[in-house]
Design a protein. Structure first.
Length: 182
């Protein structure tokens, strides 16, 4: 199988189901951003972090592929069976955040991104996740998007924030807080 098909050379691509759309279509932009997020998650997973975090990040990458497949399908024409995103996937993120928050100091200020490289990667992924969420919400205005997709992306960005704080604590890096000039 060749990777290149030349079918997109004129700025169009196909959704699952065969519908041709411009490459700048909101659906393409949305699942492309989810793919970008998945790449950042992979970058975090490759760092020297606890095996537990690496395993969960791999699970998240799998869920992001599920979301990407759902977003890549034409909701009106696709006959392909696509994996489901489940409520338990969202609950897993919530439980992980609760567990990490049990050992973190209470959050009293906004946190400036940074601390060390892996924490910075978490903040980059969080920002990309928020963008993917905004795009998915925009897509819901004109097309079907499984409501769990938006909820999952919302929860995932929260998870990435808490993971950044937890990794900062694990590496004994000082959390940089924002104190506004007044």
């Amino acid at each position: 199988m060749k990777i290149y098909t030349k079918t997109g050379d004129k700025g169009q691509t196909s959704l699952i189901g065969g519908t041709r759309v411009p490459k700048h279509h909101l659906r393409i932009e949305t699942y492309g951003t989810v793919d970008e997020l998945n790449s950042y998650i992979g970058l975090i997973r490759c760092q020297d972090i606890q095996i537990h975090h690496q395993a969960l990040l791999k699970e998240i990458q799998d869920r992001l592929f599920t979301i990407g497949a759902s977003l890549a399908a034409d909701p009106e024409k696709s006959q392909m069976k696509i994996p489901d995103l489940n409520d338990s996937d969202i609950v897993l993120l919530e439980k992980e955040m609760d567990t990490m928050n049990e050992v973190l100091p209470p959050l009293k200020h906004f946190v400036l991104p940074g601390g060390n490289t892996v924490v910075s990667y978490c903040h980059l992924a969080r920002c990309v996740c928020r963008r993917a969420e905004r795009l998915a919400v925009a897509l819901t205005e004109n097309s079907f998007v499984d409501e769990r997709t938006v909820v999952y992306l919302n929860r995932l960005s929260d998870y990435l924030f808490v993971l950044a704080r937890k990794l900062n604590a694990d590496f004994k890096a000082e959390e940089s807080i924002w104190i506004p000039r007044i």
